[in-house]
Ligand binder design. Sequence first.
Ligand code: URA
Length: 191
Amino acid sequence: MNTELKSLFKRIKSACMKTGSFSNSVPVFGSGPVPSALMIVGEAPGREETREGLPFVGKAGKFLIAVLKEVFGKGREGFYITNVVKVWPTVETKRVKTRKPLKEEEEFFIPYLKKEIEIVAPKVIIAVGKTAFSALAPDKEFRPGEWSDYGGGILLMPVYHPSYLLRKQKTLPENTKRLKEALRKVRKKVS
Ligand code: URA
C-alpha cells in the first residue's frame, strides 16, 4: 500500500480511538490503486463493509460496482473507492441498525478525506449521494448527473446513492439508465 496512505489510515485510526465515540466499531478505509484517475466517495460503511473491511461490498455497493463494471469495463479493483465517514454509524436497538452519519461525524472525517484526495490525486471524483457531495462541495447544489467541481482542477460528478435507487424499485430502470449516462460522461474524462 502507498506509504502516505498507510500513515493517514494510522492517524485516522488513532484519532477515532481517542474520541471514544467510534471505539465500538473498526474503521473501514479506502481501497484501490494510487494514484487513480477516478475516485469514488460514498457516505459511510455499513454492516457488510465493516465485516469485510472494504467499502461498497454490501447490497448497494454491489449494485454500484456492477454498473461501474458495465460502463468502464472494470470492477472495484480499477478505481480508488472510499467513504466520507470511515466508521459504521449505528443505532443500538435489539439488533444493531444503520443510521445516517451525524453532521459532527462528517466534520470529524472531512479533513482526512481531503488529505486522502491529495494522495490519490484523481481527475474526477464521483460523489455517491448527498452526504458525499455536500462534504466535497458544501456550497453547491446536489444535481445528480451534472458536472460540478471540487477545486484544484478536479471534477466532481454527483450521483444518487445506490441505496436510494434500490429503495425505489418502480423507477429503478429509469434511474439506472441515468446513472449509466452520468458514468459515461465520467468515462470520457478519465480515459
Ligand atoms: N457502502 C459504502 O461503503 N458506502 C456507501 O455510501 C454505501 C455503501
